[in-house]
Ligand binder design. Structure first.
Ligand code: ATP
Length: 452
């Protein structure tokens, strides 16, 4: 983890939030290269979950929703974690996470009775081995206040989970898109939680983060089948699209005590973050009709669906895929990080890399090489649709190393031979091998190797 954190900062992927003011706990900003990688991940997710499918619509909802949404969803009364405190050091911990780490047991994060039992029985101690206080539940929702008149402001909440816009807009999407069931609604969005955090978790557990959700609406009798389908679709996202290795991915089923009372089944896809063990990347839940029923009850709007085929009226069932964007980002870096002697490189899938090709003149002090290289760079940048970067600092060896470290899959070098026969060298990040390619073929050569 330390190596990734250091590379992220040094090379402009991720910075501690508000660092010049001393930083903010569990908040990070994405820097120039992080923003590029981030966009590539979001675009790929959107393409795979929305564009390439006929049955999923994308929406883009606000962070602020009507406060009643969070009553209906159960977050106001139940979105709590039990907090315990080390009696000596006064450090605070999320009890369920301690229990998972120390005792390898799953408990609901707000199950005061079970947690108290373990503390009273002497089974649960702080990581330093000290006594813990009895657990106290505290709500994870982050409140905000809207309004211009002091004293008459409305208390709202920043989204505790991104997907609520989807349920709240279900009827509008259905009516405007005229699509019978089954169909899904997808959204990338922010979520805010007053998390109890411990150090060293970097992007993994933050107070503000992004989620990539698909909620798939279907007939009650079809939900188990679609649940299995979505488990496969999402597993393949990690394995094939992000290129995470199979041995570092694992399914984890939620135990009965841990699962929400309305959920029929719940599985997490976990990734082996070296040093932290297998941790959740995404949750897949067979949620029944809980979400729409709750919003129907609290809003008074009829959210049922009339099935033209069976002539039945019912509340659609929901199959959910809720992926943590920041954890996806971190897993991609863990997977890609390689050391080869002095050389550090990120073996990113070429289509995810922040820069997909770098262009440089062999020697930065030879005007005829620089001029030709600029020409190649400008054409590729404008016509290839790829992210192309110009680099003329230091010598060529240093440039290769520098591009390797940020995962640039190809380096294009313009040398004296280019001036004679219009060919360039293309160096491959992973093999460090070079190939001579004609300038006329360069664009298609790169596109062919980079685009998925
Ligand atoms: P955890 O048990 O780790 O707190 P969760 O089960 O509460 O996670 P969900 O509410 O199911 O998480 O959210 C869906 C996804 O959002 C998670 O799989 C995770 O990838 C991501 N996520 C949740 N909380 C955070 C956080 N504090 N920081 C970054 N990502 C998060």
């Amino acid at each position: 983890m330390e190596k990734i954190v250091s590379l992220c900062k040094r090379r402009g992927f991720v910075f501690p939030n508000s660092e010049i003011y001393g930083g903010m706990n569990a908040l990070y900003d994405y820097g120039p290269l992080g923003a590029l990688l981030r966009k590539n991940i979001f675009d790929l997710w959107w393409r795979k979950m929305v564009t390439e499918r006929e049955d999923v619509f994308g929406i883009d909802g606000r962070i602020i929703l009507h406060p009643k949404v969070w009553e209906a969803s159960g977050h106001v009364s139940g979105f709590a974690d039990a907090l315990v405190e080390d009696k000596k050091t006064h450090k605070r911990y999320a009890a369920d996470k301690l229990i998972e780490e120390q005792l390898n047991l799953s408990v609901k994060s707000n199950d005061i009775e079970a947690i108290s039992g373990l503390i009273k029985g002497g089974k649960l101690k702080s990581p330093e081995g000290n006594e813990l206080t009895m657990p106290k539940n505290f709500n994870l929702l982050v409140p905000a206040y809207l309004g211009t008149v002091e004293g008459e402001k409305t208390q709202v909440y920043l989204k505790g989970e991104s997907c609520q816009n989807i349920y709240v807009n279900f009827k509008q999407v259905f009516e405007s898109m005229h699509k019978p069931l089954p169909f899904g609604i997808a959204q990338v969005g922010r979520a805010f939680r007053n998390e109890i955090t411990s150090s060293g978790q970097f992007l993994f557990r933050q107070k503000e983060f992004d989620q990539m959700d698909v909620q798939y609406f279907c007939r009650p009798e079809d939900s188990s089948r679609f649940y299995e389908d979505w488990k496969t679709i999402r597993w393949n996202w990690y394995l094939n699209d992000l290129g995470l290795s199979e041995k570092r991915l694992k399914w984890r089923q939620h135990a009965d005590e841990e699962r929400a009372f309305y959920a029929k089944d719940a599985w997490d896809i976990t990734y082996d973050f070296e040093g932290m063990g297998f941790k959740e990347l995404e949750g897949l839940h067979d949620r029944g009709d809980y979400d729409l029923s709750q919003h129907q009850k609290f809003s008074g709007e009829d959210l049922s669906y009339f099935d033209p085929e069976t002539k039945r009226k019912f509340i659609p069932f929901v199959v959910e895929s809720s992926a943590g964007f920041d954890r996806n980002f971190l897993a991609i870096l863990f997977e890609a990080y390689r050391e080869d002697g002095e050389r550090v490189y990120l073996k990113l899938k070429p289509y995810l890399a922040p820069y997909q090709a770098a262009v440089f003149p062999l020697l930065a002090n030879k005007p005829q090489l620089v001029e030709k290289a600029r020409e190649v760079y400008e054409v590729l940048k404008k016509q290839s649709g790829l992210n192309i970067v110009w680099d003329e600092r230091g010598n060529i060896g240093k440039r290769y190393y520098s591009q390797d470290e940020i995962g640039t899959p190809f380096c294009v070098t313009i040398d004296f031979e280019t001036l004679e026969n219009n060919t360039v060298t293309v160096r491959d990040r992973d093999t460090a091998k070079q190939e001579r390619v004609g300038l006329g073929d360069l664009k298609l050569y790169l596109i062919d190797k980079i685009i998925l």
